[in-house]
Design a protein around this ligand. Structure first.
Ligand code: NAD
Ligand code: MG
Length: 400
């Protein structure tokens, strides 16, 4: 199993840094900490631009340091924190420095590949890391895993599916895992035709039926790119080959994923669709926290449904499998093109179906080189984004 095991400091409050504290996962992490304050001390909180919210959270959680990525907002952060003992910092380097502070646990909840450098900084000092930021693992999987092994860091999956599989696998050895089954809600367009999706608006795509999440992951759920990224994430986290990872659509989002073992047993993790459950599992691991999330009432739910994903209407899953099998730079191209295309869709520059189509075009440029250093990954990611921007511009021109 690739996910490592380390022992926490017994009986001591765990010190925590939240990268991306103002986001959906960051906010849920803050809520769990507020519910169990005796268990945690907050070291640093980082955010990109929501400076008022960052300052409010830093005061509420009594953080040592608050970091705003946009340096022009540092004066505002300083003035909001005046009279407190909280250090205010600004700029992208300051986010990496926050990850380097000696917190026991780092919640990696920045969205997109921008989270790679800070997450790697936490890995390089051997921290316990709650990994929500799947894009950084997708674009730099081999690099991150070798750094985890070299520095004795521990990755605890926070993405609900991977957290579910991690819980199901606990106590079994890697060789006894036969198959992973990722569940997918199907997103807001589960029952939509391709024709109807071609006219889908930003608002339609953001209206997720089950989960309340940040904008990027909500669009990824609508295209099923989220499940595609999760397939790649599962491959890296658990060291399982692509053909042994399957996806099943489960609209109620109660079973968060399943693991089938060589003896024919299948184990699942169930809970209401609330990110505080996997977040609490990672924050408290290996012990359990007391968190007041709604408990399951199976009789009220009545039935759980499952269906095979339709890769004709949602080609993202097929592309993720192709990217994994192509290897080399394919996962970087896959992620970078998706990030660029999602941003363009959110700006209403391209149509909904253009998103996955731009990713498919990007994969034509795959290169078999294995990129092993951070500098190589970042440089390749930048060039992949430039090419994807050109695709966006061509499609935006066609649309007018
Ligand atoms: P979000 O958009 O709500 O929050 C993103 C956070 O990252 C914010 O705090 C923002 O300030 C920060 N950020 C944005 N751009 C940045 C940059 N360039 N540099 C530094 N910080 C930056 O996102 P989210 O929905 O909380 O998702 C965060 C990550 O967790 C994503 O990778 C997502 O796929 C994953 N995830 C989210 C959920 C969920 O329920 N929201 C579930 C599973 C996994
Ligand atoms: Mg997920």
């Amino acid at each position: 199993m690739t996910v490592a095991i380390a022992s926490p400091t017994a009986g001591q409050p765990r010190s925590v840094t939240i990268l991306g504290a103002t986001g959906s996962v960051g906010g849920s992490t803050a809520r769990v900490i507020k519910e169990t304050p005796e268990r945690f001390r907050v070291k640093a909180l980082t955010a990109w631009s929501r400076v008022d919210e960052l300052a409010r959270l830093a005061v509420e959680l009594d953080a040592e340091r608050a970091v705003i990525g946009r340096n022009d907002l540092l004066p505002r952060l300083q003035s909001l924190l005046e009279g407190t003992r909280i250090e205010a910092r600004g700029g992208e380097r300051a986010i990496i420095k926050a990850a380097e502070m000696d917190a026991d646990f780092v919640m990696a909840s920045i969205v997109g590949a921008s989270g790679l450098e800070p997450t790697l900084a936490a890995i390089r000092r051997g921290a316990l890391i709650g990994l929500a930021n799947k894009e950084c693992l997708v674009c730099a999987g081999p690099l991150m895993l070798s750094e985890v092994a070299r520095n004795g860091a521990t990755l605890l999956p926070v993405d609900s599916e991977h957290n579910a599989m991690f819980q199901a696998i606990a106590g079994s050895c890697r060789t006894s895992v036969e198959r992973l089954t990722l569940t997918a809600s199907g997103g807001p367009f589960r029952c939509w035709s391709r024709e109807r999706m071609s006219a889908a608006s930003r608002e339609d795509a953001l209206a997720h039926p089950k989960w309340s999440m940040g904008t990027k992951i909500s669009i990824d759920s609508a295209t099923m790119m989220n499940k595609a990224l999760e397939l790649i994430e599962a491959h890296y986290l658990f060291g399982i080959e692509e053909r042994s990872i399957e996806v099943v659509v489960h609209p109620q989002s109660i079973i968060h994923s399943l693991v089938t073992f060589t003896d024919g047993s299948t184990l699942a993790q169930l809970s209401p669709p609330d990110m505080r459950v996997p977040i609490a599992h990672a924050l408290g691991w290996p012990s359990r926290l007391e968190v007041g999330t709604t408990r399951l009432d199976l009789a009220a739910i009545g039935s759980l449904d499952f269906e095979a994903p339709d890769t004709g209407r949602f080609p993202a899953l097929r592309l993720a499998r192709e990217a994994l099998n192509a290897g080399g730079t394919a996962p970087i191209l896959f992620n970078a093109a998706n990030e660029v295309a999602v941003a363009a869709f959110l700006e209403r520059r391209i149509g909904f179906l253009d998103i996955v189509s731009i990713v498919e075009t990007a994969l034509e440029r795959v290169d078999s080189r294995a990129l092993t250093s951070l500098e190589e990954v970042l440089a390749y990611d930048r060039s992949a984004r430039r090419h994807a921007q050109e695709s966006v511009t061509r499609r935006a021109r066609l649309a007018v």
